[in-house]
Ligand binder design. Structure first.
Ligand code: AHR
Length: 617
């Protein structure tokens, strides 16, 4: 067999084809990539987020050696109105110390011997409280792994910081704050970060998870969701607001917490600035996705005449990413520490919307963005694959508006992926390109990974139609699973890539620049099949595969007479149970003979896709 590759005959460019998708589900951000170790650090957990949550979720009271204290959560004198709750520790009797401790994520707060942890807290006190607060990282048996002390000296909210170096390794520790004395003191925004984060960024990413992601070498990163971008109310100041990117900037204490669509609380500590920075750090182009003023989960719709602020959010985001420091939002980026632009090229409007209100609004976004920023490539949305006609609706809208991309999503069986290897063969180069924004076969087995690899070759070879593609979801904390399979799994101190991860990595590391024509010779014959007729006829049946066959002939066993039937053909069969049970006739051979029992059918065949061989019935 020979393969001839025409290296001088350059075809379609592959561009930014293979990238990643980050969504904060499965605790991908809080309790995941975002390195904060304290869970519910600002006492904002609420049943709105999840029925069993309350303001003291993940916190416990400490009363040592006869100590007694009342612990309450209040909002009368907040650190700021967007982060209204704080804890009050009212010391009744000091004993050997009273206070609170945080239980962290998973089995607890993970610390490693010799490593340093950055503690910070906002605190204030009543005048009568005048004792040090001892901050420790402790094992569940009370052993102290690290210690620091702060003096709360003001009745105004003040930030206190301390460094603790762990003398032991313990992945199930607690962060403890204990004091003696009399009176009340107040705490908010209690934080503990490893000093070592990915590239040592402050408020940064967990080093091991970030490194595994960076190792993929993705061309782009889609963020921050997924369904979480458009589920919530329409007012950005609501506790239950949709994901509004401006809520995620600047001082952590000023960022509101929000209900995450995946039934937990999202601190927004990992916000848009951090996303852009992370993209830059790992060499991935940022692809932010904005809500389009429509919440398909609760059918909340911004009236068209009130859409402008939502469109302005898109304008401001582009300016935030690309604007000169002298512009309003470029200036904000500069103040945050990044005068250079982030080089935004793509923006997505909406995610998997099903329903006319989305498409009506998309048109306004598209027109306005293209007028102001003609070079920004805009991604339209389409419903989830199963929605069928909605999918078509997405394409119709994209063609009408001349969207640069249509965001397709599908989670399907491995068989579906094999059978759809040719999905994009007939897509037209002049149509909007496909952004395959979410896809995965159902599983993390080697077989799933292999099938995805096969499918990805189908994406590559159709670079005229497919511009961007990313597996989903990317991250999952083993103790907070919303969705599986996922590409990368972790607990509070370990992380590993699945077989699917390594397939993605392979394709990202070896993505070419342009397609080259290839000719294959000598790979023809795979299988030779002989069969006898049943009930007086031959029919070719198969189990969920596509195949081609050729050299089909019928031989008379008595005389040796041979009759050629076909040159070649191909077929692709559906995967319903009925087809599987009965076999699907795709060629019934009618030769006009009365007695078939004396004939043998033979053919050469090659299975093109599908998990099983095929049978003759
Ligand atoms: O990737 C998980 C979810 O699947 C995404 O949030 C959503 O877009 C899709 O339904």
């Amino acid at each position: 067999p020979t393969l001839t590759i025409h290296t001088q005959d350059r075809g379609q460019e592959l561009g930014d084809l293979f990238g990643i998708f980050f969504e904060d589900l499965n605790h991908a951000a809080d309790g995941g990539l975002y390195a904060e170790l304290v869970r519910n650090r600002s006492f904002e957990f609420d049943p709105i987020d999840r029925a069993e949550y309350h303001a003291l979720t993940a916190w416990e009271k400490i009363e040592r050696g006869g100590g007694k204290a009342e612990i309450a959560v209040e909002d009368g004198f907040p650190l700021n109105p967007r982060n209204p709750h704080y804890v009050v520790i009212d010391i009744q009797s000091e004993g050997d110390g009273v206070g609170i401790m945080n239980l962290g994520f998973n089995s607890g707060i993970p610390v490693k011997r010799g490593e340093t942890y950055l503690f910070s807290v906002y605190a204030r006190r009543e005048a009568s409280f005048d004792e040090p607060v001892v901050v420790t990282i402790e094992g569940t048996d009370g052993s102290v792994h690290g210690e620091a002390t702060i003096m709360v000296q003001s009745s105004e909210w003040t930030k206190y910081e301390a460094k603790l170096t762990a003398i032991d390794t313990d992945f199930s520790s607690r962060l403890v704050m204990v004091t003696k004395g009399k009176g009340k003191f107040y705490l908010d925004m209690v934080s503990l970060f490893p000093e070592k984060t990915f590239l040592n960024r402050p408020n940064g990413m967990r080093e091991d998870i970030a490194a595994l992601i960076a190792d993929l070498k993705p061309k782009f990163m889609r963020f921050p969701g997924g369904c979480l971008i458009h589920d919530g109310s329409l007012n950005p100041d609501d506790r239950d607001s949709m994901y509004r990117w401006k809520n995620t900037l600047g001082d952590l204490a000023q960022r509101p917490a929000r209900r995450n669509n995946w039934s937990y609380n999202q601190t927004l500590g990992l916000g848009y600035y951090e996303y852009f920075l992370f993209c830059e750090d790992i060499g991935a182009k940022p692809i932010p996705i904005l809500p389009a003023g429509y919440n398909p989960h609760h059918k909340l719709i911004v009236p068209i005449n009130e859409l402008q602020p939502w469109i302005d959010d898109a304008f401001d985001l582009i300016e935030f990413a690309n604007g000169d420091p002298s512009t309003e939002w470029g200036g904000i980026r500069t103040k945050l520490g990044h005068p250079e632009p982030f080089g935004l090229e793509y923006i997505g409007i909406g995610n998997e919307e099903v329903g006319e209100p989305f498409f009506e609004r998309y048109a306004y976004f598209h027109k306005a963005i293209k007028e102001k920023y003609p070079d920004i490539q805009i991604i339209n949305s389409s419903g989830p694959f199963a929605a069928g006609s909605e999918y078509d609706r997405g394409w119709k809208s994209a063609r009408e508006n001349k969207s640069d991309f249509v965001d397709e999503h599908y989670y399907q069986t491995p068989e579906w992926f094999l059978a759809n290897y040719h999905r994009y063969d007939d897509f037209k180069a002049e149509d909007p390109k496909v952004f395959l924004g979410e896809y995965a076969s159902w599983g993390n087995t080697y077989y799933n990974a292999l099938v995805e690899a096969a499918f990805m070759t189908g994406l590559e070879k159709n670079a005229h139609a497919v511009g961007l593609a990313c597996y989903a979801p990317m991250l999952c904390n083993v103790d907070y699973i919303n969705w599986k399979p996922d590409m990368i799994w972790f607990n509070n101190h370990e992380v590993y890539g699945t077989a699917n991860y390594y397939v993605q990595k392979l394709f990202m590391h070896h993505q070419g620049d342009q397609l080259l024509p290839i000719e294959a010779n000598g790979f023809e014959e795979k299988q030779e099949i002989k069969a006898k007729p049943i009930n007086g006829a031959f029919a070719l049946g198969t189990d969920r595969c596509s195949f081609r066959f050729w050299d089909m002939k019928v031989v008379n066993n008595d005389t040796g007479e041979t009759r050629e039937l076909h040159g070649g053909s191909s077929a692709e069969l559906s995967d319903t149970d009925e087809d599987r049970l009965n076999g699907t006739s795709i060629q019934t051979l009618e030769l006009g003979e009365s007695d078939w029992s004396n004939y043998t059918l033979s053919l050469k065949a090659q299975r093109m896709s599908g998990p099983k061989g095929f049978n003759l019935y």
